[in-house]
Design a protein. Structure first.
Length: 226
């Protein structure tokens, strides 16, 4: 992992670049390899460091897939050309981005790992957790920064409240070298999703041209706004 840099920092001047990997990259790679993870949805790509760490630990590339979502293009130059990684630019909680993500897993809407490392606010993160755990039925969910602020602590409390303690873990409490306990690194197992059949769902998508025509018609009053 030594050649995978974190990229632009989210602290201090927000402009400096960290060229070394974050410690949790190795944990994500180890989790991927040990749990035979092949299909991953990541929310919050940033510079693509975690994405590349997971990718290196995947099994046979032809049978693996990572779909990663971010509102910026900071990762594009790092992920370009890497087999079986799809980058989607957009807000993960909007319908447009959600549809694009589902279509990226068009063969079957069932994954092994959902990794959430987005904006670190309660409502968007809860929406992302709720939407993508329901739609993609992951076996495992990892949420970064669960102790970073009050909103993230509330999120972690909410998503683990009804789950057996044996199926949830703040990894930082056991391995502070992975993540500082004051920041936290949440892991949730969802064994109930093992029983969900692997099915393919057709997601209707409006073509760009049809969307433009429809919007133009609405702008001049030919169609009721929706």
């Amino acid at each position: 992992m030594g050649d995978i840099g974190y990229g632009r920092v989210h602290w201090g001047d927000h402009r400096s670049h960290k060229t070394t990997p974050a410690p949790y990259y190795r944990f994500l790679a180890g989790l991927t390899a040990s749990q035979s993870i092949k299909r991953v949805c990541e929310i919050g790509t940033h510079s693509g460091g975690a994405t590349r760490a997971i990718h290196r630990a995947l099994g046979e590339p032809s049978d693996s897939r990572i779909v990663t979502i971010d509102v910026t293009r900071e990762s594009d130059k790092h992920l370009s050309g890497i087999q079986n990684i799809t980058k989607i630019v957009g807000d993960a909680t909007t319908e447009k981005t959600f549809r694009r993500t589902l279509n990226a897993f068009a063969d079957r809407h069932k994954i092994d790992l959902l990794f959430i490392d987005g904006g670190h606010r309660y409502v968007p993160e809860l929406l992302a957790f709720s939407i993508y755990t329901q739609a993609l039925s992951p076996r495992l969910v990892v949420i970064d920064d669960i102790n970073l602020n009050e909103q993230m602590r509330l999120l972690w409390e909410k998503v683990t409240a009804s789950r057996p303690a044996a199926l949830t873990l703040d990894v930082a409490t056991l391995f502070p070298d992975v993540r500082k306990p004051s920041v936290g690194f949440g892991l949730i197992a969802l064994p109930e999703n093992d029983q969900i059949p692997e099915r393919r769902y057709e997601i209707p998508v409006t073509s760009p041209w049809k969307r433009r025509i429809r919007n133009a018609a609405r702008s001049v009053g030919w169609l009721y706004p929706r």
